[in-house]
Structures are given as C-alpha cells and as structure tokens.
Design a binder for this molecule. Structure first.
Ligand SMILES: [Cu+2]
Length: 202
C-alpha cells in the first residue's frame, strides 16, 4: 500500500517537480564558481535565492564572496571575528556604511536598487565581496562546480542572465540555456571576460 501511494504521489508530482541544475562553464568548458544566474518567469521566491541573505565576516574575509538577493530584501552582516570591521559600499544606489562593530554584533542593510554592490572593509583592505541585487523571480550563485540547484525552473525558459565579478558592475550576459543531461548548462562566449575564482581588492 505504501509503495502504491508513493507511486501515485510521485506520478502526481512529476509535472510540478521541476527541480533542475544549471551549470556555468567558461569558453573552455571549465566550471565558473561565484557566478550569479537569474531567470525571468512566473513563480520563484521573492524572499531569497535559495541561500541565506547574509554576508558574515570570519577570518578576515567575507562569506560568501558573492551573494545574490532579490531587490528589496535585507541582508545581515554578522561579525564572527574577534576584531572589529567597518563594512561599506560606495556602489551607486546601494551605498551603505556600517561603522566599526565587533564580534557577534549584527547589522542589517536593505538593498532596493538592482545592480552590483561591491563591499569592502575600511580596516582590512583585502576584504572584498559582492552582492548582486536582482529584479528577477529566480536566481542563484554557482558553487565550486559551477552549479546552481533550483527548486523549480520557470516554464518555457530559453535564456538566463549571468553575472560574475569580471563582467563589470552594471553588465550581465544573456546566454541560452542548453539542456545537458539532467540539467542545463550556460557556456560563456569566448570573448567574455575571463572569470577569476576570487580576487583581492589590491
Ligand atoms: Cu575588516
């Protein structure tokens, strides 16, 4: 009986269970980590892109290096270090400054303007991270394998927007989603800026 109900349940789920992976590859087929993929369509989540809306400071670095959020949401900046940080951004439309704050002190910033927010620390020059604020219902950031898992994909989607730090602040690539095995891939064109795994501000 349990097997039967599972069968029925699973069959019922199939048309709706459209969880998919999208993998970003560079022009030579190597995975691109820290790439933001956003997609248009119905559905999606207005609260987050499947990751915590949080950029922590730990071991004198921001984590994650690249975060994507839907516009209008608040991002937490917990300091997990013993030293104080002074987190700021001069990025147009999303400027902010969190003056020196110490361990376990939390601060929150709301990002209303779509675009890229480059974040630094006034005390530690090599601390650098990016928040990509997007006006799209679907989004995510690729892992070390270049892959993002989406709980659901928009219907009849053919293209996605791709951004990574070397693209430049206000740009994004529009690339075709190519079916690849169980999921999709997005391949950077040969003339796209070369992605760099993680870049220091210096
Ligand atoms: Cu700092």
């Amino acid at each position: 009986m349990r097997a039967l109900s599972c069968l029925v349940f699973c069959l019922f789920l199939v048309p709706f269970a459209t969880a998919q992976t999208v993998t970003v590859l560079d022009a030579t087929g190597e995975p691109v980590p820290h790439a933001v993929v956003t997609m248009e369509g119905e559905g999606g989540s207005p609260e987050n892109y499947g990751m915590a809306n949080k950029v922590s400071q730990e071991d004198l670095a921001f984590h994650p290096y690249v975060l994507a959020v839907p516009k209008g949401v608040s991002v937490e900046f917990p300091n997990l270090d013993r030293v104080r940080h002074h987190v700021y951004s001069f990025s147009r439309g999303n400027r902010f400054e969190l003056e020196l704050y110490g361990r376990e002190e939390h601060r929150t910033v709301t990002f209303n303007k779509p675009g890229t927010v480059a974040i630094g620390c006034n005390i530690h020059d090599d601390m650098l991270a990016y928040i990509r604020v997007a006006d799209a219902p679907y989004g995510g950031v690729s892992n070390e394998s270049g892959t993002i898992s989406f709980d659901a994909m928009p219907e009849n989607i053919a293209t996605a927007h791709v951004w990574y730090p070397q693209i430049g602040r206000d740009e994004a690539l529009v690339l075709p989603l190519i079916a690849d095995g169980e999921g999709y891939k997005l391949s950077l064109p040969a003339d796209a800026p070369a992605p760099v795994a993680r870049m220091s501000m210096n």
